[in-house]
Structure formats: C-alpha cells, structure tokens
Design a protein around this ligand. Structure first.
Ligand code: NAD
Ligand SMILES: Cc1ncc(C=O)c(C(=O)O)c1O
Length: 311
C-alpha cells in the first residue's frame, strides 16, 4: 500500500507550491493548492500543463486518481487533508500566523510540513498548539525536478513523523535525507558557502559572471553531480586536501552579511528573472528563453544521472 496521503494540501502557490502539488498529484494524491492571492492561483493554473509535461519527461512516478485543485478558500483546501505542506514566504511571523490559521481548522493528527529554507523548526513550533506535528520538508527548486528532499525534525517533532515522511518521499521516488536541525539545514549551508565565495570573487573583480558560471558548471558542478564531496576527497587524496586547505581556508571569504553590490542591485529593483535584470541583463523574451533552457538542461541531466550508479 502506498504511503502517500490520499489528500494533501499545499499552502502558497509561488515559486515552489505548484511543482510540489503537481509531483504529489502525479504520484496519486488528491492535492489542494491554496494561496491568499487570486493572481498566484491563476498563474499556477496557467502553468500547470507545462509542469505536468516536465514530470512526464522525467518519468516521475504516476498513479491514477491524483489531481490538483486550485483555490483561495482555505476551508475547502483543508477538507479531509492528511498532510499540509506550507510554502509561504520565508518570514517567521508570517509562517507562524499561517500555522495558527491551519491549526484552528484541522484535527490534531494532521501533519504540517514546512518548506522553509532554513528557519529552525523548533523556533517555528513554539507557536503551535500541537508542536509535535511540525516537521521540516525542504524541497529544492524547481521542486518537480530536483529529486531530493531534506527532512528536519525539530526538538518537539513527534519522532514517528520522520520515518512516515521519508516513506511518503520515497513513494514519489525522491531521495529523503534525514538531518538534524541547524540553521540553513545541509543543502543551503553548502550552497551558501559556495555563493559567499562566488559573490566575493565577483565583488573583487577576480572573474566575470560568465567566467564564474563556466568555472563552477564545468569544474565542481559537473564533477559533484556524479561524485559527492566525501567521495571526491577520496578521489583527490586526503593529503592533497590537507595541503591545500592549510593555506587556502584562511584566505576564503568569511563575511557575515550580504555583499554590498547585491544590496545595491536589490535597491535598484534588480532581483533577477522576476524583474528582468539581476546578475545579468535580460531583453524582451530572454527570461522565458533562459527558463526553458534551464528546465531542458535539468531534464536531460536528471535522465542521464539516473542511469549512473551512486558512487
Ligand atoms: N524559491 C526557492 O528557490 C525555494 C527553494 C526551497 C525552499 N523555498 C522556501 O519555500 C517557501 C516558499 O518560497 P517561494 O519561493 O515559493 O515563495 P514565493 O514568494 O514565490 O511564493 C509564496 C506564495 O505564498 C503566498 N502567500 C503569502 N502569504 C500567504 C498566506 N498567508 N497564505 C497562503 N499563501 C500565502 C504568496 O501569495 C505567494 O504566492 C519559503 O519558505 C522559501 O524559503 C524556496
Ligand atoms: C539561492 C537559493 N536559496 C535557497 C534555495 C532553497 O532553499 C535555493 C534552491 O532551492 O535552489 C536557492 O537557489
């Protein structure tokens, strides 16, 4: 019997919600995608066919009976739900307000999973009436393509939820990684360590954005997609790691704040794809074209990687 919930609810239909909902629905769940914004729901509905096409292209597990319904009626979205996945903006107070609204409407046995990028689960759980039902379920963007989910219990999380959620994740053929709670969890700690150094290299004018993207894609990116960092050390030799890290580690960027040039871009309204400029400039149609190239590349890479053994 599948461990998938018969009915699941996704709260927040922005960048992450629609792909999460579609992945569960394709695997067989009845999913209700809820947002406070009518516009966000309309965008998700309009894009649903494309997301389904991507799931088809990567042979995401499919079972009959699954579906997504879209709406702004919270009670309707929660009727009969067994699992709620919260994907509203990364603001502690907002998430806590959402949890209070949810808890007022559902029974104590309903699981609340949060897609937070790194706010500690224990901090969020403090405001819950049933703190044991809250667990971290961190999907990576785009969620319908990146087949790995971090599972993070907080101090109060019911321990049985960890295995239960891991079984749900396996049921749609994703890899669950169970972690201990720490700010940023594992994936974002590693990503933000890389991004911190990358931004410092750009700020100091050591390399161009194009050069940096090429060096990371074809150097560490390509290699790390096949060999994880631990195995990489065995491949390189621990003695080499010691020799290099003994002089390099102290030279690496250790700033604790966001770089000023990024803050300046944000102040100028340059947020990336969503505003037509960011690290790069985008002309008419460029953003759509880049999004398409990225999705096409991720589909091709996932297909290839799925044929390669874990080394
Ligand atoms: N974007 C990413 O790459 C990414 C990756 C992994 C995890 N996350 C995390 O997932 C969560 C959502 O991120 P996102 O990028 O999808 O955000 P987003 O801003 O794109 O979308 C959030 C959606 O939540 C809706 N919303 C706001 N308040 C709400 C409420 N009270 N009830 C219901 N809906 C509400 C908004 O209308 C919006 O559509 C965040 O915690 C984020 O850190 C994001
Ligand atoms: C820059 C950045 N920050 C956070 C996340 C996820 O929490 C992602 C991602 O999933 O890709 C990201 O790119």
């Amino acid at each position: 019997m599948s461990s998938l919930p018969t009915v699941a609810t996704v709260i927040g239909s922005g960048t992450m919600g629609p792909g999460i909902a579609a992945t569960l629905a394709r695997a067989g769940s009845t999913v209700r995608l809820y947002d406070i914004s009518e516009d966000a729901i309309a965008r998700a509905e309009a894009a649903y066919g494309v997301v389904q096409g991507v799931l088809e292209a990567v042979d995401s597990p499919s079972a009959p009976g699954g579906s997504v319904t879209f709406g702004t009626d919270l009670d309707a979205a929660l009727a009969g739900t067994e699992l709620i996945i919260e994907a509203v903006p990364e603001k502690l107070e907002l998430k806590q307000k959402v949890f209070a609204d949810l808890e007022a409407r559902v029974g104590d046995d309903v699981i609340i999973a949060t897609n937070t990028s790194g706010i500690p689960i224990s901090t969020m759980a403090k405001s819950l009436t049933v703190p044991g039902r809250l667990i971290g379920m961190h999907w990576s963007n785009p969620p319908h393509l990146i087949p790995m989910i971090e599972i993070i219990p907080g101090e109060a999380t019911d321990p049985t939820l960890v295995d239960k959620l891991a079984e749900i994740v396996k049921a749609f053929n994703y890899v669950p990684v169970i972690e201990k709670e720490i700010p940023g969890f594992v994936e974002n700690r590693v990503l933000y360590a890389i991004l911190r150094e990358c931004m410092a290299l750009l700020e100091e004018g050591i390399v161009t954005p194009e050069g940096l993207d090429a060096a990371v894609k074809w150097g560490i990116g390509y290699k790390l997609s096949v060999v994880g960092p631990t195995r990489l050390l065995d491949m390189a030799g621990l003695d080499i790691y010691q020799a290099v890290s003994s002089y390099l580690n102290k030279d690496l960027d250790n700033s604790t704040d966001t770089p000023q040039f990024i803050k300046d871009k944000i102040a100028a309204g340059e947020l990336g794809f969503k505003s037509g400029a960011g690290m790069y400039e985008y002309g008419e149609g460029d953003v759509d074209a880049k999004r398409k190239e990225i999705i096409t590349g991720l589909i091709a890479a996932r297909k290839t990687l799925s044929t390669i053994p874990n080394v």
